[in-house]
Design a binder for this molecule. Structure first.
Ligand code: BES
Ligand code: MN
Ligand code: MN
Length: 453
C-alpha cells in the first residue's frame, strides 16, 4: 500500500507545483491589517482544498485571523495524529530586491520562489499531497486532525485560547509539524529543540516636537542618544546579555550534545561566506551552532528616530524607538525575562525622558526528548522519503504552538521539516526546492504509515 501511495505522489509532482502556486498567490500577510481579507481568503481556499480530499474542513474563528481545521472519519481503534502548519506569511519588503514578485510564484533552477514558499505554505502543501495520495489509495491509515493557523508570524496570540477551549476535540497521540529545515542539502533532520522568544518595542519620548539641534542641543534630553545608550548597555565585552538574572534559568549544554553537534557537517568559514559577513561575533566560549541553538540572545530588530531622508537636517528628534527580540532557551521563562528586561531598562533610563515598552509576542523555548518511539518512526519515514538517515538538530527560530501543545495537550511535537538553510525565509527571494516538496510529501506519507502501525 505505501508503495502505491509513494508512486501516486511521484506521479502528481507537476500538478502539485501548480496547486502550490495558487496558494502562494494569496498575500496572507498576517501582520498587515489591510491584508486581513486576503488572510481569510487563504483560509477559505485551504478549507476548500481539504474538503476536496474528502476531509471535513471548517474555518474556525479565533478572535484574530481564522484557522483551518480538518479531519477524516475517525476510528476509535486507530491512533490520532495532529498536524500543525501555518498559512500566514511575513511581509515581503524590500520589494525591489525580489527577482520575481513575491506573490507571483515562479519556478527557477528547480525551486519555487515566492513569499511563504518554504515558510510555511510549501511545507503545508507537502502534507496535503501526502493526504491526497492516501485518500486516493482508499483512505488514511490513521485518524487525522489538521490545524493550519493564520497568526504564527505574529506570535500565535489567539491560538492558545483556541487550544484550551477545544482541547477535547484536539486530543491526539502524535503531533507533526513541518515548519523547520533540513540541516543541509541532502542532510534531512529531525529538530528536537527551538528557542523561545520575547519581542518588545521600546519608545523613548523627549520634547513635544523635533527641535533645532543648534538652538536646543546640549540643553534638552535627546531620545535618540538615550535609546542608543540603553541598547548599547545590553551586552558586555564578552557578548553576554547584561540584564540581571537573564542567565539564571539557562540549562547548560551537556558535553554529549556539544560532541554530537561538533560532528555535524558544518563549516563556520563557509557559513560566514554564504551570509556575506566578515566575522562571527557572539558570546565567548561557544561555537556558532551552540550560539544559534542553545544560547539566549538579545538583538535589535528595528531602529528608528530623527531624520531618515537624504542629506542633512539638523534636529533633536522628539522620539526614538527600537524593536528588540530576545531568543530564549530552556528553562528561561518568557514573562520573567520580559519583566527583567523592563526593570533593567527603567533603572538605566534617565528621568528626563519617557520610556514606554510594549510586547509584540512571546514563545516558550522547547527541547523534545529524542529517545521516543515516535522519534524512531519519524526517522524511519525520513529514510523512506530521502533515502538517508536524518541528523538530530536544534533550531534558533521559534514556533509558539510547540510549547502551547506541550503545556495544553501534553504532547511532544515531531518537527520534521523540509526547508533548506539557503531558502531565505523572511527575506527577499524566499524559495522552496521542488525536490524538498517531493521528498517532503513522500516522508509525510511514510510517517502516516509508521504512526499508524
Ligand atoms: N518557521 C519559522 C521558525 C523557523 C525558522 C524554524 C527557521 C526553523 C528554521 C516560523 O515561521 C517563525 O518565523 N517564527 C517566528 C516566531 C515569532 C513571530 C513568534 C520567529 O522565529 O521569529
Ligand atoms: Mn514558519
Ligand atoms: Mn516564519
Amino acid at each position: 500500500m505505501i508503495q502505491r501511495v509513494l508512486e501516486s505522489i511521484d506521479a502528481r509532482q507537476a500538478q502539485a507545483v501548480e496547486d502550490l502556486k495558487a496558494l502562494l498567490r494569496i498575500p496572507s500577510i498576517s501582520t498587515r491589517p489591510e491584508h486581513a481579507a486576503d488572510v481569510r481568503r487563504c483560509a477559505q481556499w485551504l478549507a476548500e482544498q481539504l474538503a476536496g480530499l474528502g476531509l471535513t474542513a471548517s474555518i474556525e474563528e479565533t478572535g484574530g485571523h481564522p484557522l483551518v481545521l480538518a479531519r477524516n472519519q475517525h476510528q476509535p481503534a486507530r491512533p490520532t495524529v495532529l498536524v500543525y502548519g501555518h498559512y500566514d506569511v511575513q511581509p515581503p519588503e524590500p520589494l525591489e530586491q525580489w527577482t520575481s514578485p513575491p506573490f507571483e510564484p515562479t519556478v527557477r533552477d528547480g525551486a519555487i520562489y515566492a513569499r511563504g514558499a518554504a515558510d510555511d505554505k510549501g511545507q503545508v502543501w507537502a502534507h496535503v499531497e501526502a493526504i491526497r495520495a492516501w485518500q486516493q489509495a482508499g483512505g488514511l491509515p490513521l485518524n487525522l486532525i489538521m490545524l493550519i493557523e493564520g497568526e504564527e508570524e505574529i506570535g500565535s496570540r489567539n491560538l492558545e485560547r483556541f487550544l484550551r477551549e477545544r482541547a477535547d476535540q484536539l486530543k491526539a497521540n502524535f503531533c507533526v509539524i513541518s515548519d523547520t529545515s533540513q540541516f543541509a542539502r541532502d542532510v534531512p533532520a529531525i529538530t528536537y529543540g527551538l528557542r523561545g522568544l520575547v519581542y518588545l518595542e521600546l519608545t523613548v519620548t523627549g520634547a513635544s516636537h523635533d527641535l533645532h539641534s543648534g538652538v536646543y542641543g546640549g540643553a534638552v534630553p535627546n531620545p535618540a542618544n538615550v535609546l542608543v545608550g540603553l541598547l548599547g548597555s545590553l551586552h558586555d565585552a564578552d557578548g553576554r546579555v547584561t540584564i540581571p538574572g537573564f542567565y539564571d534559568d539557562v540549562v547548560p549544554l551537556t558535553s554529549l550534545e556539544r560532541q554530537q553537534w561538533a560532528r555535524l557537517p558544518f563549516s563556520e568559514v563557509r557559513f560566514a561566506r554564504e551570509l556575506g559577513v566578515r566575522g562571527l561575533p557572539g558570546e565567548a566560549g561557544y561555537t556558532t551552532l551552540e550560539r544559534r541553538w542553545a544560547r539566549p540572545t538579545c538583538d535589535i530588530n528595528g531602529l528608528s528616530s530623527g531624520y531618515q531622508g537624504a542629506g542633512a537636517k539638523t534636529i533633536i528628534p522628539a522620539r526614538a524607538s527600537a524593536k528588540v527580540s530576545m531568543r530564549l532557551v530552556p528553562n528561561q521563562n518568557p514573562l520573567r525575562i520580559q519583566k527583567a528586561f523592563e526593570s533593567a531598562m527603567r533603572q538605566r533610563c534617565p528621568t528626563s525622558v519617557k520610556l514606554e515598552i510594549t510586547q509584540h509576542g512571546l514563545a516558550a523555548p522547547v527541547v523534545i526528548p529524542i529517545a521516543s518511539p515516535a522519534m524512531k518512526k519519524a526517522a524511519a519515514a525520513i529514510r523512506t522519503g530521502f533515502g538517508v538517515d536524518p541528523v538530530f538538530m536544534r533550531e534558533g527560530g521559534s514556533i509558539p504552538v510547540v510549547g502551547q501543545i506541550k503545556s495544553i495537550l501534553g504532547l511532544d511535537s515531531l518537527l520534521v521539516g523540509f526547508g533548506l538553510p539557503d531558502d531565505r525565509v523572511h527575506a527577499p527571494n524566499e524559495k522552496f526546492d521542488l525536490n524538498a516538496l517531493l521528498r517532503g510529501a513522500r516522508t509525510i506519507a511514510a510517517l502516516f504509515h509508521e504512526l499508524a502501525g
